[in-house]
Design a protein around this ligand. Sequence first.
Ligand code: NAD
Length: 475
Amino acid sequence: MQRFGHIIDGQEIASISGETFPSIDPYTREPWAEIALGAKADADLAVAAARRAFDEGPWPRMTAGQRRDLINKFADLILEHGEELAMADTRDMGKPITQSLGNDVARTAQNFRFFADHAHLSPADVLPMDSGHHTYTRYEAAGVVAAIAPWNFPMMLESWKVAPALAWGNTVVLKPAEDTPVSATILARLALEAGIPAGVFNVVHGFGPDSVGQALTENPDVDRITFTGESNTGRIIARAASANLTPVSLELGGKGANVVFADADLDNAVSWSIRAIFTNAGQVCLAGSRIYVERPIFDEFLERFTDAADAMVIGDPKDPATQIGPLASEEHYTKVRGYFDTIEEVGGTRVTGGLGDGWTVKPTVVTGLDRDAKHQREEIFGPIVTITPFDSEDEVVHEVNDSPYGLNAMLFTENLVKAHRVSGSLRVGTVWVNCFFIRDLRAPFGGVGASGVGREGGNFSREFFTEPKAVVMQL
Ligand code: NAD
């Protein structure tokens, strides 16, 4: 069995207690890796290393161009080790290898390159004042960043936090999710190999409550907490952060609405809607898990969508032919199974889908649910989608907005005036028109309501990972 340690101050080490925990491959349902099990003392050690590297080390004192060169070398190594990284995420959480290798590795490397360039090239304001003074803005590194990540896109979401934090001169302690620890250790090994100094990028493994996660959020030497995960965990972290007034960025859960108008290009709408809900077996915060279809095309959409769902290849995530693997863990399977088992109880009709082998749920399509049914309101985070007809634009806008979540929505229409009008009336962080999951890394990313606090991406990440300082000059 392969072993993976913490990476603290440039060394791969065991936990102070010597304890470990297994990472379970959800397809074989057997342990495949042994991971150092951290506790508060390990988290504190990692924060102390990051603090020293920030206060005394070269990283924050380098030019942005020097950091860019090292981060780009790191990105090269990520691509070179793409298969190892992809297999780590696939074995840790059952993501099909074509997605972890084809999408996640490439986007992880791209995130590092983008933020390295962004920090190097982004201009700062210079404000000539009527009084003759000049004011300019310096974007200074915030300090020690604690990054706490979820299991659904392990390396990719970790890079989305670590990349801007490093590029702006911070030092980082990353806590990956306990279900997906391996790729984080590999990333930190590669960062050292690229020449990023010891103590700049630390990884500490463990759990959340009463463990490493909680210890990071309570440590007064942490200057920023960036968290992606469940909305309830976000609430707990926000409370912990308030004790030290540590700024927090929270990327939380979602219940993405997918609206298909009667004038949509149906082939395009079906193809994106399938990807929006069934990619990663529905374990996507942005998943289009509630579809609203305008009544005149409801039957045709349902038939085409159901056929496409039935055609998906379910199986071993290590097989390149597989499109849907198992759910990430037994605990998560039990949660999704709870929704599957109660479809009829809450008044729904299962049009297609079912249970697969082990911890697998087949693409499942549900109709006939009231708007108040829990399947329409709660984040299932699995391959179960509800499809509901609607009769008017006002009605569907109300349905989309009537949710505690507000991460994203998709609209399918060939009427661009309607697309702009409806985009403007939705209470969400991102609207995709006639597509899904296309990202420009300069754009804001984040959610409204229970979906989060703050935005990531381009200048939004800069605002969070720096302390912008105004300098006023009398010339
Ligand atoms: P989770 O909240 O259970 O765990 C996320 C991380 O927080 C893990 O590393 C966990 O160990 C840690 N944690 C748990 N309790 C903690 C505590 N008290 N203090 C500190 N750390 C703690 O979430 P998950 O199940 O890993 O991920 C799935 C959730 O993430 C879904 O709700 C999904 O929508 C959300 N998500 C959101 C986005 C986004 O960008 N908005 C992206 C991906 C996933």
